[in-house]
Design a protein around this ligand. Structure first.
Ligand code: OGA
Ligand code: MN
Length: 231
């Protein structure tokens, strides 16, 4: 899966603006996470950027149930446990990870993946066959990169299991423009078009895992990632 990634280094500028979850239309008053269902899941460098990216960035909390998360773990844990986390390749885009791909799934997982595909991709959009499974150690992280435009299409959709985490998007040619996405355990995120092509994305390491001023402790995290094919 390494060939899917191109690492890009960048500088990060301080926070300015927040928006309510899903709708990117307005700017919340100030810092701090809101409790409950209306929690803010996306903050960014400006209100204008949040509006401009609109539906190209989505985080849906509670996309899967605890039972469904358990079903994925039952299918994946044995295979993953046989692999060792990789830490020592300094030039890798991902640090502290093991991964696998899976083409066919048991009924419960397949049902979830059908739901992911139906909300993330246009009908008939040809998808990358195997689903990518990435297991990040508690100390693991993903450096800023853009997924390969040669192998992946306009949309990336990922489920997060086992841990909350923060995904940071930074505009490649204007690093003062950025968004932080709080990805709660069992949420789905979707990146489309500009958000996928013109911004790097990364998953922050535990020491840097602060969302809108609030620490978001990182545990082991597994992501289940669906992609489409280039058009
Ligand atoms: C990737 C990636 C994000 C995630 O594998 O290219 O960006 O949610 N993964 O694990
Ligand atoms: Mn990626």
């Amino acid at each position: 899966m390494k060939l899917l990634l191109t690492v890009v280094k960048h500088l990060h500028k301080p926070a300015v603006c927040t928006s309510p979850r899903r709708g990117l239309s307005s700017c919340a008053s100030s810092g701090g996470l809101l409790a409950g269902r209306d929690a803010t899941l996306i903050v960014g460098s400006s209100r204008e950027l949040l509006q401009r990216l609109g539906s190209q960035v989505e985080v849906r909390a509670d996309f899967i149930t605890e039972e469904e998360e358990g079903a994925f773990m039952r299918e994946l844990e044995l295979g993953l446990k046989k692999k060792r986390y990789e830490f020592d390749h300094w030039d890798d885009a991902i640090h502290g990870y093991r991964e696998t791909e899976r083409l066919s799934w048991g009924a419960e997982c397949e049902e979830v993946l059908t739901r992911v595909r139906s909300v993330a991709f246009d009908e008939g959009s040809p998808l990358l066959g195997p689903v990518h499974v990435l297991d990040l150690d508690k100390t693991g992280y993903i450096k800023p990169h853009v997924d390969s435009v040669k192998f992946c299409g306009s949309t990336i959709a990922g489920l997060s299991l086992l841990s909350d985490s923060i995904m940071r998007l930074v505009k490649e040619d204007a690093t003062s423009e950025w968004l932080d996405l709080l990805l709660p355990r069992r949420s789905l995120y979707i990146l489309r078009n500009q958000a996928r092509y013109n911004f790097t994305h990364e998953i922050l390491k535990d020491e840097e895992s602060v969302f809108n001023g609030q620490k978001v402790p990182r545990q082991r995290r597994i992501s289940i990632i669906c992609r489409n094919l280039p058009g």
